[in-house]
Ligand binder design. Structure first.
Ligand SMILES: C[C@@](CO)(OP(=O)(O)O)[C@H](O)COP(=O)(O)OP(=O)(O)OC[C@H]1O[C@@H](n2ccc(N)nc2=O)[C@H](O)[C@@H]1O
Ligand SMILES: Nc1ncnc2c1ncn2[C@@H]1O[C@H](COP(=O)(O)OP(=O)(O)O)[C@@H](O)[C@H]1O
Length: 300
């Protein structure tokens, strides 16, 4: 018996960041859109907790108990008083340390897969609670679609989306650490008044309408200056995508993956080709959203 769960990557179409809280986290207004780039997590019973991974970035994924998939299995097993002895295999297609929530996807996927394998009967609320303990982005990986995340980003409200948005993603030659980008955000903001993060009404309306031009005009990422400060070459990638006709270009979350909104799949192919030819990124992918959250793809 094994269970395979498919989980999407995300792009943040708005990431409003408040001042650092006493616990070190930042309050956010985080508008997530799940996009069709997926990791697949397969869980099989065995006599010892084990993680394996394949895919282009597999060598950057920790295979010990710090892996978010392993942490998810342990958290669920502890809650139900059972042993977490499973083999977790991650077929990884989401870039690692790219600001697309790949590790969070694997955490949510392992949780749903172990839940199905063990037949725990956990409620959606319980699963979301465990997700929030694993990381701020993990609840969204479970639910997918589009959602506004407040607090650390873990308190979600689902959002209406009136159409499909087409994207090109440019992967960088190295990763960026999420805590380092938040620290740089704090450093750049020292001595300034940082407003409370609020979701943009224009942005939510653009999503609800499914209007790419309106969405392009409304996207924002407060972490972008910090990501660019730590990784200045990303400015060249953003410029190359804009020059190639993207409706807008932004850093995805804490980066360094850059995201380019385009009108249709044909423009996606053209922008992807131009980005590759520009030599400003390692590789490119196209994907559209919203995409469904963690979903059992196979069991048996
Ligand atoms: C920035 C975002 C945007 O969606 O994602 P990525 O771009 O990294 O994928 C998220 O907020 C990342 O979420 P996630 O990667 O789950 O972060 P966590 O494990 O909860 O926290 C890692 C570290 O990031 C910082 N952090 C995270 C969330 C938050 N609201 N405030 C923070 O300051 C803290 O330094 C924390 O120790
Ligand atoms: N299953 C996992 N897949 C990828 N990275 C993981 C995983 N579990 C833990 N990590 C760690 O989390 C870090 C952040 O990875 P990731 O979630 O891919 O990026 P981001 O937070 O930028 O979206 C990695 O550098 C890695 O050390």
């Amino acid at each position: 018996m094994s269970v395979t769960v498919r989980v999407p990557a995300k792009v943040n179409v708005q990431l409003a960041v408040g001042a650092a809280r006493p616990d070190g986290f930042h309050d956010l207004a985080n508008v997530f859109l799940a996009v069709g780039l997926y990791d697949e997590i397969t869980v099989t019973p065995t006599d010892e907790l084990r993680v394996t991974c394949d895919g282009p970035d597999a060598d950057q994924v920790p295979l010990d108990r710090t892996n978010l998939a392993a942490r998810a299995a342990v958290a669920l097993a502890e809650r139900y008083g059972r042993s977490p002895d499973v083999h977790l295999h991650i077929a990884k297609d989401i870039p690692v340390a790219g600001g697309m929530a790949g590790g969070s996807a694997d955490g949510a996927g392992a949780l749903v897969a172990c839940d199905a394998l063990w037949g725990t009967g956990a409620s959606r609320e319980e699963l979301l609670e465990i997700c929030a303990e694993l990381g701020s982005d993990v609840p969204f990986s479970l639910v997918g679609g589009a959602a506004l995340g407040i607090g650390r980003g873990e308190r979600l409200t689902p959002l209406e989306v009136g159409g499909t948005f087409h994207w090109v993603f440019a992967m960088a030659g190295r990763g960026l650490s999420t805590p380092a980008v938040f620290r740089e955000f704090d450093r750049l903001g020292e001595g300034t008044d940082i407003p409370e993060p609020v979701a943009s009404g224009e942005l939510l309306a653009a999503l609800a309408k499914g209007d790419p031009d309106a969405l392009a005009a409304a996207v924002s990422n407060d972490l972008q200056p910090a990501a660019l400060s730590l990784f200045p070459e990303l400015a060249g990638t953003l410029a190359a995508g804009r020059a190639a006709g993207a409706l807008t270009a932004l850093v995805s979350g804490s980066g360094p993956t850059t995201a380019f909104l385009v009108r249709d799949p044909e423009s996606a192919a053209a922008v992807a080709q131009a980005l590759l030819a520009s030599g400003t990124c390692r590789t490119v992918r196209t994907a559209s959203g919203p995409a469904p959250g963690a979903t059992v793809a196979a069991a048996g």
